[in-house]
Write a protein that binds this ligand. Sequence first.
Ligand code: NI
Length: 153
Amino acid sequence: MACRTIVTGGDETLRKTARPVEKIDERLLTLLDDMADTMYEADGIGLAAPQVGVLKRVFVVDLNDGRGLIEFINPVITNRQGIQIGEEGCLSCPGASGAVERPASLDIEATDREGNTFTIHADGLMAVCVSHENDHLDGVLFIDKIEGELTRS
Ligand code: NI
């Protein structure tokens, strides 16, 4: 396991659409391990593969809420309901923060590293986080969605 470099700002990888994972192989498992290391090292709660320069539909999340690390391969979000607005930041946009509108709840279906499909019903911070990370797979950053003012520190 190793930390990878998080791409930031104007890097064009962040603006591209990631491709579905076709095979769960050693290379992908190493990517997942490295992404978790990188997220923890950076004190983040989520990290998507494009943020380490890999255009695959993969992200990892750990909200520090006791649920531990969750790995999402080829995630699909359905059943978005309601809205919540909260302050967000992103490891790829250092120092930037702002209020973003997200679904209040959603369902997310994905594949785990064993190849099994799972579905999570998410609300609160989990809904925000998976929505934010899923956007990364489509080249969308939270700064695109800010309501009102973007703060830079
Ligand atoms: Ni982000």
